[in-house]
Design a protein around this ligand. Sequence first.
Ligand code: SF4
Length: 296
Amino acid sequence: MLHYTEPMYRPPSEADDIFIQVTQGCSHNACSFCGQYKATPFHVEPMEQVKSDIIEASRIYPNKKRVYLLSGDPFVLSFDKLEQIGLWINQYMPQIETIAMFASINTIKRKTDEELKSLFGLKMNLLYLGIETGDPEALAFANKGHTVDDAYTQLMRLKKIGIGYLSAYIAGLTGEGREKGLENAKNSAVFFNLVPPVMLGVTSLSIWENTPIGQMRKEGKFTPASEIQILEETKELLEGLESPMYFSSVHVSNLVPVTGVIPQDKTRMINTLTKQIAQMRKQDSVPRYDGRDGMM
Ligand code: SF4
């Protein structure tokens, strides 16, 4: 039997992959908005177990083309371990085309160019990154453990090597205050134009009680952005995006899902948001966004 430990999170686009658990929890576990792994101490799975899971999975799924490594940030593993895992996957599942996983800017930083190239050669060619914002102030508030400059440098390295990456943006991260939200969106659009991800996925800030932001809300120090503000921020972000990328706000936390390719579908997506914002402005009372507890 394959070894899995709850909680497990994986991107919707990897739902049909083979899942191999190589870590539990998240080694950072300190982002101000994230409660995913608060009750899960970070742990590296034994390599013998990873190998036996790869062998077993190769028998169960002989035709699958993608492997997804669990959990929070498997890229934190040393190069030697990642290389060994890649070698086993290539040996026992030669049909695999992509080995994807979550990664962070800091764990990319710890790998040399040569190491990244080797991992890319082993089909570790797609990383999911929680960049969340390209605005220095919002990023510091998110406590991701990296700066905007760090993110730019590491994403440029991935681009040069050819490793694809997808990124998240959190609308409403800066809380109540239209100008702060718009500023976050503007600066983030500039950032993502410089280092465009394959896909930029937008979520609306979800507030978990077991997080610093959850605590701040409880103490009255953080007020969530309104629904209109979230939509205006998402629209501002879209308006600023120019570099080719896939854009998606199809996430359960978003009131109005839009999806499409930048630049060709940009106007359609902006029009959808504009219409919804106008409609909400006409209403006598605009529904209050009060955070969506525990939804990611
Ligand atoms: S958002 Fe990602 S990096 Fe941050 S604590 Fe959660 S799992 Fe870890």
